[in-house]
Design a protein around this ligand. Structure first.
Ligand SMILES: [Mn+2]
Length: 327
């Protein structure tokens, strides 16, 4: 793998759709490492114009181009891409809703798949998947130690943002000695500013704050008290001037409710599609997400169902209830 990466001069680095700070930060950190190796990477993501303004404070976010057939057929640097890096992405389907784009991505060789999701589909020619890593940023840090070279201060800040966000400030179960060593290493490189960790963890826009309030007010607790769930309808978002994309912090807020084992948040994408985010304290819920064609981590997973909001809610809650009661 190391030789292939060192040889590549024109890498394309892609993050998943609806990118979170870990996918953006990992991609930017990787770009900086490849630049130190003499390459000229291009960064791309589906609909970069929809990146949450809070995340846009991660340095370099403006470098992301729209992941479209145009970028793939006419690379911005004028020469074809000679390697594709996909970061924080369990399945190639999560990169783009457009099949044409996905097949153009598959045509780039080699594909290097760098991830930490247990459900990763190993779609790369090289799969650097460390499923016990707390963040893709931690895997990029491991890659840096393998490759040598270096990383810029902005690259370190971007990785730190990913590490802090995916570990919720070093609180998740996956946070281990290696995660903390990565954090210490990034700190030494200047990768900590007082503001970025606070921004990625706590700061949300006014509209997103109101949407969080509405979603919390609408929360329902199951009879046995194990599950708390809520729905974010298009109407609810419109009422507070928010978009569904502003709903990212809701699962974590529900998880802070005392004595809850699992939480589910249902987002109305449109009249026929619902996305669900699942979180749990102890019980594995990635299998529940997989039932509906999704995936993720043992304790944090999600799926998109081709069902209206209420139907999807009923189906997922039934399956989640069975999972928690060990059926
Ligand atoms: Mn991640």
């Amino acid at each position: 793998m190391v030789a292939q990466i060192r040889r590549a001069k024109r890498p394309l680095i892609v993050s998943h759709r609806n990118p979170d700070p870990d996918s953006l930060g990992s991609a930017l950190g990787l770009a900086s490492i490849l630049e130190a190796c003499g390459a000229a990477p291009v960064l791309a993501v589906d609909q970069p114009e929809n990146i949450d303004p809070v995340m846009a404070s991660i340095p370099g976010t403006a470098r992301f181009r729209a992941l479209t057939a145009d970028v793939l057929s006419a690379p911005p640097n004028g020469r074809p891409f000679d390697i594709l890096f996909s970061v924080d992405t369990a399945s190639i389907d999560l990169l783009s809703p457009d099949e044409g784009v996905r097949s153009a991505l598959r045509a780039i060789r080699p594909i290097v798949n760098i991830d930490h999701h247990v459900t990763n589909e190993r779609y790369g020619d090289v799969n650097y998947v460390v499923s016990d890593a707390a963040a893709a940023a931690e895997v990029i840090w491991m890659l840096l130690s393998t490759l040598g070279g270096g990383i810029s201060r902005d690259g370190a800040i971007a990785l730190q943002a990913g590490l802090v966000a995916d570990t919720l400030g070093f609180q998740t179960k996956e946070t281990g000695p290696r995660t903390l060593r990565a954090a210490a290493g990034l700190h030494a490189l200047g990768g900590v500013t007082s503001d970025i960790p606070r921004r990625v963890l706590n700061v949300r826009t006014f509209e997103a704050s109101r949407l969080l309030g509405a979603a919390l007010a609408a929360a329902v607790r199951s009879k046995d008290g194990q599950i708390v769930w809520t729905q974010v309808s298009a109407r609810m978002a419109a009422d507070v001037g928010a978009r569904i994309a502003d709903a990212q912090g809701i699962p974590n807020a529900l998880q802070d409710i005392a004595d809850v084992e699992a939480v589910a948040v249902f987002y109305e994408m449109d009249a026929a599609r619902t996305r669900v985010s699942l979180r749990s304290r102890q019980a594995r819920i990635d299998g529940v997400a997989a039932t509906f064609g999704g995936g993720g981590h043992a304790l944090a997973a999600g799926a998109t169902l081709a069902e209206p909001l209420d139907v999807a809610t009923e189906q997922v809650l039934a399956r989640l209830g069975e999972e928690l009661s060990g059926k």
